[in-house]
Design a protein around this ligand. Structure first.
Ligand SMILES: *[C@@H]1O[C@H](CO)[C@@H](O)[C@H](O)[C@H]1NC(C)=O
Ligand SMILES: *[C@@H]1O[C@H](CO)[C@@H](O)[C@H](O)[C@H]1NC(C)=O
Ligand SMILES: *[C@@H]1O[C@H](CO)[C@@H](O)[C@H](O)[C@H]1NC(C)=O
Length: 436
């Protein structure tokens, strides 16, 4: 799992002027503590002050890249990938290497690093485990266009003398690592947190596509480049959280806030609705994946799954790899990514164009949900969740894209339809359908 999939993050400065009022904190979150005013007027409700154990709520803002031009590129890319998989059915080499296109639909929030604090917009990404921000010395265009970290102006920065390279699905960075104080929305303080300050960033991270400055990985230490303790493991180790978990709500539409991450607590309104599944491995928030079903039909659309189930004991290496297929729950990916065979069958079943993914909008009301079986449990997406409707041009298209044969990535469309809770200590994920 060296390759990490990430969706891009963007910070549009003006969007930050939104104020998250105390009334917006869902019941069951945080507690009755003081309201802390964070950066740029963002108000954060928190149950504690500096480093007192608690729960805190971080607003997320949506970079809406669902413009017609981006979607046109999506369709062109989908066609190209579908064709190339059709010609060369076995994926070889780097399964995620093809995921290098524009992904401009993402959620971002704010952190401070150093003393005095330097502020950055970051994508909170469950599909990776490192923090990085652009470095003051970095001359890549992607760095020059963004906020850059000045090591010498932080009194608490400790260089580690190590260099790391990270290859994301969408691009590459290199940087020097060090330790410093990292604050999330000024509300919680991670002391001596490892992070990277970039020296180079490739063009993927340039404006206008990547309006975020850096990344905040929410995976485990095992998934981090260079072995740095990941921020969520730091939170548990430094005993900062009320409960050793965080929860994510991603809203579809615009509003005062487009989503939120709550560290240390989850919305108790979902308590009885959450279905908990074990996390596979020690990297990111991955689960096993056993099937994809349409409506109440018996066919399993997950390619090879039926064969694998009926052949246990006598499997080829490829069938074994399929049998142990994983799904990554990824707040940093714009779409659902999977294998071309399953996706082609799913598109065919609903009457979408296999290559472009387009489907007549008039068919949405007649379609049924797709049910994903993760860790042996059912999680459904309705037609309006797995199909994107560009209302301006009245074009509809599926929200999936082919990538790897053995790893599925359930990105933003799946997480907009499911409230998700990530238990860091018990390595479990809880999912429940988002309430409207
Ligand atoms: C970085 O900080 C140092 C110390 O405060 C300062 O002298 C230097 O000019 C800063 N560099 C930039 C590019 O602002
Ligand atoms: C900070 O963390 C690093 C590595 O995790 C460790 O080597 C160092 O001693 C720590 N420094 C302090 C002041 O805790
Ligand atoms: C998942 O849904 C199917 C079809 O409704 C049902 O047969 C099955 O028992 C469900 N599985 C679980 C674990 O609820």
């Amino acid at each position: 799992m060296k390759l990490i999939l990430v969706g891009l993050v963007a910070i549009v400065h003006t969007a930050v002027s939104a104020v998250i009022g105390i009334d917006d904190v869902p019941s069951g979150m945080g507690g009755d503590g003081p309201t802390i005013y964070g950066q740029e007027g963002v108000k954060i409700h928190a149950a504690f002050s500096d480093n007192i154990k608690g729960a805190f709520n971080v607003p997320l803002y949506l970079k809406n890249g669902l413009d017609p031009e981006s979607k046109r590129k999506d369709r062109a890319k989908r066609s190209r990938l579908m064709k190339s998989f059709a010609e060369k059915p076995t994926t070889s080499g780097d399964p995620l290497a093809s995921l290098t296109n524009v992904k401009d639909y993402y959620y971002y929030g704010y952190i401070d690093i150093g003393n005095p604090p330097q502020k950055f917009s970051v994508v909170f990404d469950t599909g990776s485990s490192n923090i990085w921000v652009p470095g003051e010395q970095c001359q890549s265009m992607a760095c020059i266009e963004h906020r850059r970290f000045n090591k010498t102006s932080s009194q608490t920065f400790l260089p580690s003398g190590k260099n790391i390279q990270i290859q994301y699905g969408t691009g590459h960075i290199s940087g020097d690592t060090g330790h410093d104080t990292v604050k999330i929305s000024s509300a919680v303080v991670l002391r001596n947190q490892s992070f990277a300050v970039t020296n180079t960033e490739d063009r993927t991270f340039e404006l206008p596509r990547s309006q975020f400055d850096g990344l905040f990985g929410l995976g485990f230490t095992g998934g981090s480049e260079g072995g740095a303790r990941s921020p969520v493991d730091t939170m548990v180790q430094q005993n900062i959280l009320k409960d050793p978990l965080f929860s994510v709500k991603l809203f579809k539409g615009s509003g005062k806030s487009n989503g939120e991450i709550t560290f240390g607590a989850y919305d108790k309104a979902y308590k009885d609705k959450l279905n908990w599944i074990d996390v596979y491995g020690n990297y990111f928030w991955a689960t096993t994946m056993e099937g994809i079903y349409y409506g109440d039909e018996p066919a399993n659309y997950l390619y090879g799954a039926d064969k694998v189930n009926s052949l246990s004991g006598a499997l080829t290496a490829q069938e074994k790899a399929r049998a142990s297929r994983k799904a990554l729950l990824d707040t940093g990916s714009s779409l659902i990514y999977g294998d071309a065979f399953s996706l082609a069958a799913m598109s065919t079943r609903i009457g979408a164009n296999v290559l472009s993914g387009e489907i007549p909008c008039s068919s949405i009301p007649k379609l049924k949900p797709f049910r994903f079986v993760l860790g042996g449990k059912n999680f459904s997406m309705s037609p309006s969740e797995y199909i994107y409707h560009d209302e301006i041009n009245d074009i509809c298209e599926v929200q999936w894209m082919p990538v790897s044969e053995y790893l599925w990535v359930l990105g933003i469309p799946f997480l907009q339809s499911h409230y998700s809770v990530y238990n860091i200590k018990e390595r479990k994920v809880g999912l429940a359908r988002m309430e409207k």
